[in-house]
Design a protein around this ligand. Structure first.
Ligand SMILES: Nc1ncnc2c1ncn2[C@@H]1O[C@H](COP(=O)(O)OP(=O)(O)OP(=O)(O)O)[C@@H](O)[C@H]1O
Ligand SMILES: [Mg+2]
Length: 225
């Protein structure tokens, strides 16, 4: 299951229901093609559904309407285990809240996906994790990752996302905690990944990242403008 053709969102609708049974439409009729080789920026006000869209593209949030297609695979129709396997093989995710394991150190976090990879040796992936952390200038300190700065943690999250060299990179505000220089560098990394043929989708408020995007999609109240 490789994502040679990128990703397609077809008329996606996502509704959340709160504990009192009130429902809220977070995405409505979102259709977009995310092709290999392109860096797409998704912008829009807070609460407009950007993270929800990214999570729907990764099969983390399941739409009530429409579908997410990756080649012949309709991601939202896969059973949960198949969806998890598809995501592991295809998606590098950078979450808005990082989702690092606080008690592990930077390398421990960056190398985490290796334990689910049956094909590559752990030693090779450990070296790759070290290389990625060095490239993003994360200090190689032992001790809990929670002690690193937010910007350092953000770069650990990016290293983890890239560990298995996924064809799809879905990044939620990947430069939000970075200073101007680091933000620029990470934006250029994402640009280079797209140039190398990856499908890169980045939710962002960052003008530097938007400037490097091939295309900018704007969400407002769950709809693409
Ligand atoms: N699991 C959930 N359950 C209920 N409502 C949710 C859930 N996830 C998101 N929402 C709601 O859906 C809307 C869109 O949320 P989302 O996180 O996608 O916004 P966003 O554009 O990423 O905002 P921000 O820029 O602040 O990160 C918000 O009103 C949010 O409260
Ligand atoms: Mg968000």
């Amino acid at each position: 299951m490789t994502a040679v053709g990128g990703l397609q969102a077809r008329s996606l609708g996502v509704t959340f229901t709160d504990r009192d049974g009130r429902s809220f439409q977070a995405l409505s009729e979102v259709g977009a093609q995310f092709g290999p080789g392109a860096l797409t920026a998704i912008v829009g006000p807070s609460g407009s559904g950007k993270s929800t869209l990214l999570h729907a593209l990764a099969g983390i949030v399941l739409p009530q309407q429409g579908e997410v297609a990756c080649g012949d695979v309709v991601v939202n129709r896969l059973a949960e285990r198949q969806r998890d396997a598809w995501r592991l093989a295809n998606c590098g995710m950078v979450f808005q809240d990082f989702r690092l394991l606080d008690e592990l150190d930077a390398l421990g976090n960056a190398v985490l996906p290796a334990q689910f990879d049956r094909w590559r040796s752990n030693a090779a992936l450990r070296t790759r994790a070290q290389d990625l952390l060095a490239r993003f200038e994360v200090p190689l300190r032992s001790g809990p990752v929670a002690r690193l700065s937010r910007g350092e943690q953000q770069r650990v999250a990016l290293a983890r996302a890239l560990l298995l060299d996924p064809p799809l990179i879905l990044a939620d505000e990947p430069t939000a905690s970075l200073d101007a220089d680091n933000g620029q560098r990470i934006a250029q990394e994402l640009r280079a990944l797209a140039a190398a043929g990856k499908t890169v989708v980045a939710v962002t408020h960052d003008d530097k990242l938007v400037a490097l995007a091939d295309r900018v999609l704007t969400l407002r109240a769950g709809r693409l403008q």
